[in-house]
Design a protein around this ligand. Structure first.
Ligand SMILES: Cc1cc2nc3c(=O)[nH]c(=O)nc-3n(C[C@H](O)[C@H](O)[C@H](O)COP(=O)(O)OP(=O)(O)OC[C@H]3O[C@@H](n4cnc5c(N)ncnc54)[C@H](O)[C@@H]3O)c2cc1C
Ligand code: SF4
Length: 546
């Protein structure tokens, strides 16, 4: 069988994003033979910037056109990418964004560099909701430290967002609070509430030969200068350190033998040609949508429900977050569009006994105005339509845009058996069944957002803002997980605490797809830490493998 394989490696990694990059790097540090199969292309920052500047749509996917051989969701195209029941309520429409390019989705992430809180791993024990993780915070601490060193985290040691550091310093001093942050903070203080500076994966000093953040305010979708960390940094280091990388290589099928050993994976090139790749150990690091999609697409004689799916849990317990924005016009300028898009946030409501009944929320003070990168363009169109021209046009734009304030609250969602990804009977451009999503936002989450909204409205009132508006709750564009979750019970989970599939002892599934809860502290540092931890386990497994 091995002879049929065009390529072989001791460890075959599917996906060169956050999980794949850190896994590959850690394995190469141990001298392990690694091959990364990456569905997307490898392009330069300059290429992506050119596309972004020329694109009239300025959403999170704007610089990264989807390619037919490995499609990903596009701005304004989510309804075509995800198949959802036509009667789905607007609040349940799934708009999860991700990228299929070398380096993965963090190319366009915000750059929050959070550890989860110890409490986030113990929601069942502490608050009698969701479930406990089979690992705890302390288990991950050594791996968090390695991930933070690779990313370079700028943080405030006086406020660690609930994740104890035992004196471990951040790599860099905090990113400074903006003028806007300070005005919101004054309003919060009148309410007895507090703000703090987020921990950022963006440079406040030159770090790892990458420059200091200069406040371009386009972090999502792209940092023009690479001051914001993304996983292409570590994917490239893994390659430089000897990992073999095959880009434009879409894995379409995973094969198991009758004993549950994964034997090889099938790949498809952009010209439609296919071949097999063999290995001793396989690591699926394709993102929380693509991991279950590939597993479910691999139904075969010895895995009738798909790979790793004897429990019928693959695709279930889909996690995201829910958002709500409040906007208003402040009487005096708050000067958005300076600095990173989110620098500070509300300290309260991220954890506490209230989580037994109401979701935690994370509220950010948005430095990018009402609607992100398109406010000025939209307003220019409106004003021109009203006949405003000449010097009056920039004057009016400046006068109004400088007073745009937006507060964004994100709430956690609880894992639910019925929230799930399945395969649709419609095909994507690569010939793979599209993801079919079923999701229902629960009352727990909505109640959390309601608390956030009440706080936000009071902030605007304290600031004397006018034209105050809020939208209805909507699902997060950014945070996705839970579709191959970790657990000790083989009947309700897909991987064990070492991220090894219960059904296949040489298959690891890594990424937020294995997360059990999706709290407001961001998920990706935990993805990187778990990948680094998995490399230790893999090294031992390889030593035992003939
Ligand atoms: C707008 C936005 C903002 C965000 N902000 C934050 C933040 O501030 N902090 C945070 O922690 N997280 C944030 N996230 C989430 C974060 O980006 C993801 O959690 C993280 O990138 C997931 O890592 P991953 O390795 O699982 O997937 P990815 O990074 O997406 O990597 C998966 C890789 O696998 C490849 N792949 C997929 N399918 C296949 C296949 N079949 N064959 C071969 N290769 C394949 C893809 O091309 C990709 O390169 C944000 C996300 C978005 C969209
Ligand atoms: S503010 Fe600009 S320089 Fe700083 S991280 Fe964001 S995009 Fe990069």
């Amino acid at each position: 069988m091995a002879k049929e394989n065009k390529m072989n490696a001791d460890v075959v990694i599917i996906g060169a994003g956050m999980a794949g990059a850190h896994l590959a790097r850690s394995l190469r540090e141990k001298g392990v033979d690694v091959l990364m199969l990456e569905a997307g292309d490898k392009r330069s920052r300059g290429d992506f910037l050119k596309i972004f500047y020329e694109n009239p749509v300025k959403g999170p996917q704007a610089p990264y056109p989807s390619i037919p051989s490995a499609p990903h969701p596009e701005d304004n195209g989510y309804a075509d990418f995800y198949v959802q029941d036509k009667d789905t309520l607007k609040e349940n429409l799934f708009i999860g964004a991700y990228l299929r390019i070398f380096g993965g989705t963090s190319w366009h992430w915000t750059g929050f560099a959070d550890r989860l809180r110890p409490e986030d791993f113990r929601m069942k024990s502490l608050y009698d909701v969701a479930e406990d993780w089979p690992i705890d915070y302390d288990t991950l601490v050594p791996h968090y430290l390695v991930a933070e060193k690779r990313w370079g985290v700028a943080g405030d040691p006086n406020h660690v967002w609930g994740a104890p550091r035992d004196g471990a310093p951040y790599e860099m001093p905090p990113i400074p609070a903006t003028y806007l942050d300070k005005q919101v903070t004054k309003a919060l203080e009148k309410m007895g509430l507090h703000s703090a500076i987020f921990s950022h994966a963006r440079n406040s000093e030159i770090y790892d030969n990458r420059p200091v953040c200069c406040g371009n305010n386009t972090c999502v979708p792209i940092c023009p200068i690479g001051a914001k960390y993304d996983a292409s940094v570590d994917a490239q280091k893994a390659e430089d350190e000897g990992a073999r990388v095959e880009v434009n290589t879409l894995v379409t099928f995973i094969e198991s033998d009758k004993d549950g050993k994964i034997t090889r994976v099938k790949v498809q090139k952009p010209d439609g040609s296919t071949f097999w790749v063999g290995g001793k150990v396989f690591a699926l690091c394709g993102h929380a949508i693509e991991n279950p999609r590939l597993l479910l697409n691999s139904k075969q004689e010895f895995a009738r429900k798909g790979i790793a799916n004897s429990s019928d849990s693959v695709g279930r317990y889909l996690l995201t977050q829910a958002n709500q924005d409040t906007t208003g016009l402040t009487p005096d300028p708050v000067f958005p569009y300076r600095g990173p898009q989110q620098t500070s946030g509300l300290v309260e409501r991220r954890d506490g006994d209230f989580r037994s009944k109401v979701a935690a929320i994370g509220t950010s003070f948005m430095n990018n105005g009402w609607s992100g990168n398109s406010d000025a363009i939209n307003m220019a169109h409106d004003l021109i339509d009203k006949g405003v021209v000449g010097q009056d046009l920039p004057r009016q734009i400046n006068e109004q845009v400088s007073r745009h304030l937006r507060l964004n609250s994100s709430a956690e969602v609880l894992p639910d058996y019925n929230n799930r990804l399945e395969l649709s009977d419609q095909m994507d451009t690569a010939g793979i069944p599209k993801p079919k999503i079923t999701f229902k936002m629960d009352e727990y989450t909505k109640q959390g957002l309601k608390v956030g909204l009440d706080i936000n409205l009071e902030v605007f009132k304290n600031m004397g803002a006018t034209e105050v508006k809020n939208n209805d709750p909507y699902l997060s564009n950014a945070i996705i997980g839970g579709t191959t979750r970790m657990g000790t019970d083989v009947k309700t989970s897909v991987v064990n605490s070492d991220l090894v599939a219960h059904d296949h002892d040489n298959l690891y599934i890594i990424g937020s797809s294995s997360h059990i809860t999706m709290p407001v502290n961001a998920p990706s540092l935990t993805i990187a830490a778990l990948a680094i931890r998995a490399a230790d386990h893999m090294e031992k497994k390889l030593a035992e493998t003939p």
